[in-house]
Design a protein around this ligand. Structure first.
Ligand code: NAD
Length: 477
């Protein structure tokens, strides 16, 4: 029997049924630090059972049009329940309610786009007859679902990143086992109730909650799972890649995103966007602006402006409409940021604003006089810290941006066409945003990184390609 959307106790969702477990976890409101939900702890046998149900469901017919209808219905249900979902996200992540509402809206859109893509999965005609000796042959390709897909998601965007996996997987005709992040499983579990209401065939979606280091290896060791789609840290991504063996793995990992502000940039606009995209969700966004390179001609003006924007950010209870930045996901993370900023200061960085921790809050921070080997530049901060550096010429700044193990997205503020074209060709990233920051994303664009930022693309159409296998049919006429 399905529960209401305001009841926050959840079992595991396996084969279309909710299974209570004796062992449970509490989910904390990240601002009050009080428990507001209870989830079940997965055991090894649950993984085997879920995969069995997913496999059985995969062998039952589920037409493209039915997939389209279910996904569209869930998108509509999500819109109808936007406020409930937004409040849950604000509590479980600590994200301001306005941002949380934005996430719910985008999640509905991700499912809507996935629904549309469900009707457009196709191969292409291949002119094999162009090869001498093949004049009498005709060929075309078709795309087939891979089977059971395991999806593992991070805490920072707990609903939309789940939709970016479940949406395309279902659109493509696969069955899914979802393992949401242990800090933020509630919105994903509520979404599961919507899939149930929308009439998703039993076993097409299974949701297992619990600790990643336990459930992860049980999933990767199950050979009936055909593919893993993971969003999270490079460390765990690497583990999954090693454990998956020859199976397909899509990895959306971290970044220490750079944005260049060139001498001809609109200073006010770029400073405003940099501040906004650095401190969204307390900087816990994979394309959060972290390294900012400002041309020396406009450095002072830009710094003043970005400081002004940053100092206006209001910290507080994520459920308060006025709040622009909430707490970090936990105090351990806030302490880590404090240590990294202190290390930078010890090595000569100047704290222009911020640099203060209050329990689980870390104040928006701007550092200058940084060098590339400080952790705040070299590694992924994943917190509300910007490191601003200056440059003289285009080649120098392109080299600075590329001096990173990561390559998800970068930003470039300029109207100089020559510089734009050079940056386009030479900056090694999955996406370059011109006259915007690294933080720009809409849900139907191809999204994914190079280098340690991962492999494979998301955005429903591109994720569907990852989640299907192409087969060529050659007919000897
Ligand atoms: P994380 O890697 O700690 O956890 C992500 C997920 O992996 C969670 O569900 C967790 O339970 C699970 N997990 C943990 N250990 C596991 C194991 N041994 N095997 C299998 N699964 C395991 O990441 P996080 O702290 O939740 O998220 C932050 C990271 O995610 C950052 O690096 C950020 O850049 C990245 N991220 C990337 C994107 C992107 O699209 N590229 C988007 C959002 C976040």
């Amino acid at each position: 029997m399905s529960k209401t959307l305001t009841d926050y106790t959840f079992g595991l969702f396996i084969g279309g049924d909710w299974r209570e477990k004796i062992q449970t976890d509490e989910v904390l409101n990240k601002y009050t630090q009080e428990a507001f939900a209870e989830t079940a702890v997965t055991e090894k046998e649950d993984v085997a059972h879920a995969v069995k149900c997913a496999k059985a469901a995969f062998s039952s017919p589920f037409s493209m049009y039915e997939r389209y209808e279910v996904l569209l219905r869930v998108a509509q249900l999500l819109k109808n329940n936007q406020e409930e979902f937004a409040k849950v996200i604000a509590k479980e992540v600590g994200k301001p309610i306005s941002e949380a509402r934005g996430e719910v809206g985008r999640s509905a859109l991700t499912l809507e786009i996935s629904a549309e893509e469900a009707k457009r999965i196709h191969g292409e005609e291949i002119p094999v007859e162009a090869s001498p000796g093949s004049e009498n042959r005709k060929a075309f390709t078709r795309r087939y679902p891979v089977g059971v897909v395991a999806a593992i998601t991070p805490f920072n965007v707990p609903l939309n990143l789940v939709c970016h996996k479940i949406g395309p997987a279902i659109a493509a005709g696969n069955s899914v086992i979802l393992k949401p992040a242990e800090q933020t499983p509630v919105s994903a579990l509520l979404l599961t109730r919507l899939f149930e209401q929308a009439g998703l065939p039993k076993g097409r979606l299974n949701v297992l909650t619990g600790k990643g280091e336990e459930v992860g290896p049980w999933l990767t060791s199950n050979q009936d799972i055909a593919m893993f789609t993971f969003t999270g840290s490079p460390k765990v991504g690497q583990l999954i890649r090693e454990q998956a063996g020859l199976r397909n793995v899509a990895l959306e990992l971290g970044n220490n995103s750079a944005t260049i502000v060139h001498k001809d940039a609109d200073i006010n606009k770029s400073a405003q966007l940099v501040a906004q995209k650095s401190f969204n969700n307390a900087g816990q966004v994979c394309i959060s602006v972290q390294r900012v390179y400002v041309h020396e001609d406009i450095y002072d003006q830009f710094l003043n402006r970005v400081k002004l924007e940053t100092e206006q950010i209001k910290l507080g209870d994520p459920l308060d409409e006025e709040t622009q930045m909430g707490p970090m996901i936990d105090e351990k993370e806030a302490i880590r940021i404090e240590e990294w900023v202190q290390e930078a200061a010890d090595l000569g960085a100047q704290i222009e604003t911020g640099g203060v921790r209050e329990g689980v809050f870390y104040h928006p921070t701007i550092l200058t006089h940084v060098n590339p080997d400080m952790k705040v530049c070299r590694q992924e901060v994943f917190g509300p810290v910007i490191a601003i550096d200056t440059y003289k010429d285009e080649n120098e700044v392109i080299a600075q941006v590329n001096d990173s193990e990561y390559g998800l997205q970068a930003g470039l503020f300029t109207n100089d066409l020559g510089f734009t074209m050079k940056a386009m060709d030479q900056i090694h990233v999955g996406g370059l945003m011109v006259n915007d920051t690294s933080g720009y994303r809409v849900d139907h664009m191809p999204y994914g990184g190079v280098k340690k930022s991962g492999t494979g693309k998301e955005g429903p159409r591109y994720a569907i390609e990852e989640m299907t296998e192409e087969k060529i049919i050659v007919i000897n006429t």
